[in-house]
Design a protein. Structure first.
Length: 96
């Protein structure tokens, strides 16, 4: 049996300053998303957030990103999007 060093994964020499498209949302991103929703309603509206989570990029966007990351090239910019589910407290929701 012989041991060989794998060269299939890239070696990072410096920490990236850009957030990876699959990284969990930061506290600042969650705060920004909830603030955007709050600002769409009158000031005293009682909102209940059920979910604030990352809306992952499409595969077509990620393939070039992952290839560039693997090859140590400049990474393309991918917008981070958030999925938010909320409701207004003390209201009745109707699902059809």
């Amino acid at each position: 049996m012989s041991l060989q060093e794998s060269t299939s994964l890239p070696v990072r020499t410096s920490k990236q300053s850009v957030t990876h498209p699959f990284a969990p949302l930061s506290a600042q991103e969650i705060q920004a998303a909830s603030s955007l929703i709050y600002n769409q309603w009158p000031e005293n509206t009682d909102l209940q957030f059920k979910v604030i989570t990352l809306n992952e990029p499409a595969k077509a966007e990620m393939v070039p990103y992952l290839e560039a990351e693997f090859q140590g090239q400049r990474l393309p910019s991918i917008d981070r999007r958030v999925m938010v589910a909320y409701y207004i407290r003390k209201t009745v929701s109707i699902c059809l």
